[in-house]
Write a protein that binds this ligand. Structure first.
Ligand code: ADP
Ligand code: TMP
Length: 236
């Protein structure tokens, strides 16, 4: 299989079908724009399975994603998309860079979700963009930005109760969208403990990549705990 692209967390391969690609989830992890690196045992398998489950759940709730099927432990078959060069972040609680940007305490609930768009550009460190910057760079029209915001909010409305039923608070998460060959807008990339902040509802324990970013220890255990809870079929 021909490798089309190798990123920090995944490899993308060509398949026999020009409209489909295979995405391999790696165990390697990076933080702070690639400055910090390590392997997290089992991360690839957890992120592949969690993403597959969440994409399927979103599809069941009428949201369009690139997901087609899980091939094996670390590989998903997805629709090939032309990616929009934006990272759309949805926040339900203050954490991470929103804490740093505003000084609001981490763990403050947000009455209305906060949405942000970041420029997917490693060389610039993925900076935050406002609507004029997005227009200036030609990344998306104002109408498309409005559509991305609406999609992201709908995804939040479906994922928040999914996690809460499993004793997890969905604090914030990052989404990437793209276009398929027929011109349909689809959610792409992944939804996993790498791209979400997930806190235990009772203890507040961090069950996501912040354990790696902040050297909190217990990284592998946190990923396995998310895997276990996300795969539960019956609601807790
Ligand atoms: P990064 O590029 O940030 O290092 P990854 O290691 O996760 O990230 O690489 C995966 C790449 O594949 C990302 O650039 C992402 O935008 C892209 N991608 C995600 N879903 C699709 C898709 N369905 N079709 C084509 N590319 C995709
Ligand atoms: P932030 O608070 O660091 O801006 O992160 C917001 C959310 O986006 C958090 O759930 C982690 C996720 N995220 C990514 O998926 N990729 C990234 O490169 C960064 C910085 C954050």
């Amino acid at each position: 299989m021909r490798l089309l692209y190798e990123g920090k967390a995944k490899r993308v391969y060509e398949t026999d079908n020009p409209d489909q690609v295979q995405v391999e989830f790696k165990d390697s992890a990076t933080a702070f724009n690639g400055q910090k690196r390590a392997d997290i045992d089992g991360k690839g398998a957890v992120n592949a399975a969690v993403s597959a489950r969440l994409f399927a759940w979103l599809e069941e709730h009428g949201l369009e994603t690139h997901f087609l099927e899980q091939i094996d432990e670390q590989n998903l078959l997805v629709e090939k998309l032309t990616m929009i060069g934006l990272e759309v972040v949805v926040r339900n609680w203050v954490a991470g860079s929103l804490n740093q940007r505003t000084g609001l305490d981490e763990g403050t609930p947000l009455d209305v979700p906060v949405l942000e768009c970041y420029y997917k550009n490693d060389a610039l460190g993925d900076p935050l963009l406002n609507d004029d910057h997005i227009r200036l760079l030609g990344l998306a029209s104002p109408d498309l930005v409005a559509r991305l915001r609406q999609e992201a909010l709908r995804i939040n409305q479906v994922l928040t109760p999914f996690f809460l039923d499993r004793g997890i608070v969905l604090v914030d998460f990052k989404l990437e969208f793209g276009w398929n060959r027929d011109g349909a807008l689809k959610l792409g990339d992944e939804i996993s403990p790498d791209t979400c902040r997930l806190w235990d509802k009772t203890s507040g324990e961090r069950l996501d990549k912040d354990r790696f970013r902040r050297d909190l220890g217990g990284v592998e255990d946190a990923y396995q705990e998310i895997y276990r809870r996300v795969m539960m079929t019956a609601h807790a």
